[in-house]
Write a protein that binds this ligand. Structure first.
Ligand SMILES: [Zn+2]
Length: 347
């Protein structure tokens, strides 16, 4: 938590802020997909493996990204052990049709996550951070009426789109507050505002102000970490303006550039490549990745995003143990980029 608040600390935290669920974890806990997406006791059992077997300093029981979408009426295929869930049919087809059912907080999908958080808080809350998760309003709009529809409506129906994002932010806010109330120490705010999907100017026009307003309110409950997949260097200064204290980034970002663009005002988490570095599990490669990221300025190192389920526990445990062997140093250097840092180390 000291690292998250930008303070000094001793042992480097090893974190998994999205999902550390994998096939082996399902076997050790007896909690398998798809049930483990929707049953609080199973969610808690599977999430606990992240600490008990992988040694992460976090446990995170929300493994998919679709609980809210399901509660609001989209039809979800919950997949199986190796297939991630996806939206089989969106709840709405046109922006005009979208309505938020008033009792969504009572829906079983959301209630079971709150239950999982309460169980984890009791079970290991004095040892590790319990991490909740919410979908941001932009992502929720994708899940409720489709990516293409939303992106198209930023052009065809900009006013209605803005209203929709404001309306959906209520769900993000209420669900986050409920998770803090249930015992979450941190809530990850997942938002697919990545460069591959939307321009920085769309983020600025349609989402930034909503984020800012909702964050001001949610922050009163606890710390929020923004998670965005992909490269976000061109918009990270906007995330800082929105007020996110911490951003969980994937390995496609130049950390030093991100620190510069965000005026070194946000704590950077994550950064370790999943599909190559963690999947292969070569010790030297994992060590190099950790040292590179920590030297560049990552303060809470760990996987970049939800794990591919076939990544073995031993790779993750090696990663977490190696991160724990690093000691805090105040960062004073500000080289040009990760590439420059890499070069400097080579000499
Ligand atoms: Zn991600």
């Amino acid at each position: 938590m000291a690292a998250l608040y930008g303070k000094e600390f001793d042992v480097f935290p090893a974190v998994s802020l999205t999902s550390a669920a994998n096939l082996e974890g399902m076997k050790c806990s007896g909690a398998f997909y798809p049930e483990a997406h929707l049953d609080g006791a199973k969610m808690a059992a599977l999430a606990a493996v992240g600490h008990s077997h992988m040694n992460f300093d976090t446990v995170a029981p929300y493994f998919s990204i679709l609980l809210e979408a399901s509660a609001l009426g989209s039809e979800i295929d919950w997949g199986d052990g190796v297939r991630f869930p996806f939206v089989r049919r969106t709840a709405f087809r046109k922006i005009e049709d979208i309505s938020i059912c008033p009792n969504y907080m009572e829906k079983t999908e959301l209630q079971q996550l709150l239950r999982a958080i309460r169980i984890l808080k009791r079970r290991c809350g004095n040892q590790v951070a319990v991490v909740g998760k919410v979908m941001g309003p932009w992502t929720l709009a994708y899940h409720l009426y489709g990516v293409e529809n939303l992106v198209l409506d930023t052009i065809l129906e900009p006013k209605k789109t803005k209203e929709l994002i404001w309306d959906l932010s209520q769900v993000t806010k209420e669900f986050a507050a409920a998770q803090f109330e249930a015992g979450a120490d941190i809530v990850t705010w997942a938002e697919h505002v990545t460069r591959d999907l939307v321009s920085a100017s769309i983020y600025e026009e349609f989402v930034l102000e909503v984020h800012k307003k909702v964050l001001q309110e949610v922050k009163a409950w606890g710390p929020v970490v923004l998670h965005v997949c992909g490269n976000v260097e061109d918009r990270i200064s906007m995330f800082e303006r929105a007020g996110f204290p911490c951003i969980h980034l994937d390995s496609r970002n130049d950390i030093i550039n991100c620190r510069r663009m965000s005026h070194d005002q946000v704590v950077i988490a994550g950064g370790i490549n999943n599909p190559v570095v963690l999947m292969r599990g070569q010790k030297s490669q994992m060590e190099r990745a950790v040292l590179e990221k920590i030297r560049a300025g990552v303060r809470m190192a760990g996987p970049e995003c939800a794990l591919q389920p076939i990544i073995p526990i031993k790779n993750l445990k090696y990663l977490a143990d190696f991160i724990h062997r690093q000691r805090y140093e105040k960062i004073t250097k500000f080289p040009d980029s990760d590439a420059a840092l890499h070069k400097a180390q080579a000499f």
